[in-house]
Design a protein around this ligand. Structure first.
Ligand SMILES: [Zn+2]
Length: 167
């Protein structure tokens, strides 16, 4: 996905650009290319961005550490303010810091990067508990076992000792 030069967007038809995409996004572990549509409109002092996108993302299960795939569909929208920078040109490093601090602000003379934006939107949509389809109860203790465990815990030191003794 090419980045969009904001001054060109201001001159585009309806001041809007629509991108259809089907591609892999950098840093996003997906099984297949991310598919969807993104629309960015220039509204004078801000950009209006909206998209619908679909990806099959490879997660690592928090419980069993196996990889699994999950389909994510997102329909994000965001307003990104366009703010003039100081007339003096900033050093590239300073620009980078500024961008980090003000993620939702871009220079009116700058570029909008659809791939980066989409990547961030997918990250925001990640489930907080990443678990595979639930067949990974190996590490989990059933409630019966749990009550046993709580009783037996007092003896665990003894058990450990017993294990060390020859039969
Ligand atoms: Zn799992």
């Amino acid at each position: 996905m090419d980045s969009i030069y904001i001054p060109s967007l201001a001159k585009a038809r309806d001041r809007t650009e629509t991108i259809e995409f089907q591609e892999f996004l950098p840093d996003l572990p997906t099984l297949m290319p991310v598919r969807g549509q993104l629309q960015v409109s220039h509204r004078g002092n801000y950009l209006e961005v909206k998209a619908q996108a679909e990806a099959i993302i490879t997660f690592t299960c928090h419980r069993c550490l196996q990889q699994y795939n999950e389909r994510l569909q997102i329909t994000p929208s965001e307003v990104i303010w366009l703010e003039e920078k100081k007339p003096d040109r900033l050093e590239p490093l300073e620009q980078e810091i500024l961008f980090e601090e003000l993620l939702e602000t871009l220079s009116p003379q700058g570029e909008f990067e659809p791939a980066t934006w989409l990547y961030e939107q997918f990250c925001l949509a990640f489930p907080s508990k990443q678990l595979c389809d639930g067949n990974c109860t190996v590490e989990e203790i059933s409630s019966e076992e749990r009550s046993e465990v709580s009783v037996d815990r007092r003896w665990s030191a003894l058990d450990a000792l017993k294990g060390q003794l020859p039969n």
